[in-house]
Design a protein around this ligand. Structure first.
Ligand SMILES: [Zn+2]
Ligand SMILES: [Zn+2]
Length: 246
């Protein structure tokens, strides 16, 4: 399995990450990646950028230091209805939109409530992927979440930083990768780099994909072609959804 695009990276704009976009791009080039997605945290997290940050990403060249640059956000799930802090006015132009649980924005609750919130986020037409669903601090019903991801064509992330910073993630990610593979559900693989030296590091996640016998075709960022086909489809669907909100 090869991962060509890192779908989860943070720059200094996130407030608790320490590399510039250029640092991230240079690291991506050094690691031999074809591209990376900048997914700074949504505005509700302490220290995260203002929504204008997400509106102005268009000024960044599409290719930086020979790697492709994609704009994105890791938005926050805010309540059990699955509300997020995705800035609506920019949601049609971002390349990749994730939503995930972060303690500061959503206190971990019972498995039932966490699952309800996560599934509601999956059904949100603006959300492409769920970041670190394997986080042990937020117990979920994995079967129900995988079923919802399948029904809505959404992606579940295997997050390489989780194994270091989110306890309980390994077992959960093994189950998620197994069930996604059995049921033909899309996955992504992100480094969740908060410093450039982590860009393109997927070691533990790749072991999990191997153990689950995952099909590279079902990992959206296993190739640039796969990734771009996925985001083009999702952007069109997001634009449609935004139109109907007007
Ligand atoms: Zn962060
Ligand atoms: Zn996160």
């Amino acid at each position: 399995m090869i991962i060509s695009v890192d779908t989860h990276t943070h720059s200094i704009a996130s407030g608790h990450a320490y590399s510039t976009i250029d640092d991230l791009a240079k690291a991506a080039q050094k690691r031999g990646l074809a591209g990376f997605v900048l997914t700074d945290h949504g505005p509700s997290l302490g220290g995260a950028p203002h929504r204008y940050h997400f509106g102005n990403l268009k000024v960044i060249p599409k290719v930086l230091f020979d790697v492709r640059f994609y704009s994105g956000i890791e938005s926050n799930i805010l309540d059990k209805k699955g509300s997020t802090d995705i800035p609506l006015q920019y949601a049609g132009n971002l390349d990749f939109i994730m939503a995930g649980f972060h303690e500061m924005c959503f206190e971990p609750q019972s498995e039932k409530v966490n699952t309800e919130a996560l599934i509601a986020a999956i059904t949100n037409p603006l959300v492409d992927a769920i970041s670190h669903p394997g986080n042990g601090a937020f117990p979920i019903n994995i079967d129900a979440v995988v079923d919802a991801a399948k029904a809505y064509g959404k992606v579940l992330e295997i997050n390489n930083s989780s194994f270091r910073v989110r306890s309980g993630s390994k077992k959960n990610c093994q189950m998620i990768a197994q069930k996604c593979t059995e049921n033909g559900v899309l996955m992504s693989c992100g480094s969740d780099a908060h410093y450039h030296t982590d860009v393109g590091i997927f070691t533990e996640a790749l072991t999990i994909f191997d153990e689950a016998n995952a099909n590279p075709e079902m990992i959206i960022n296993s190739s640039v072609e796969n990734f771009e086909a996925f985001i083009e489809k999702r952007k069109a669907l997001r634009k449609e959804a935004l139109q109907s909100l007007k």
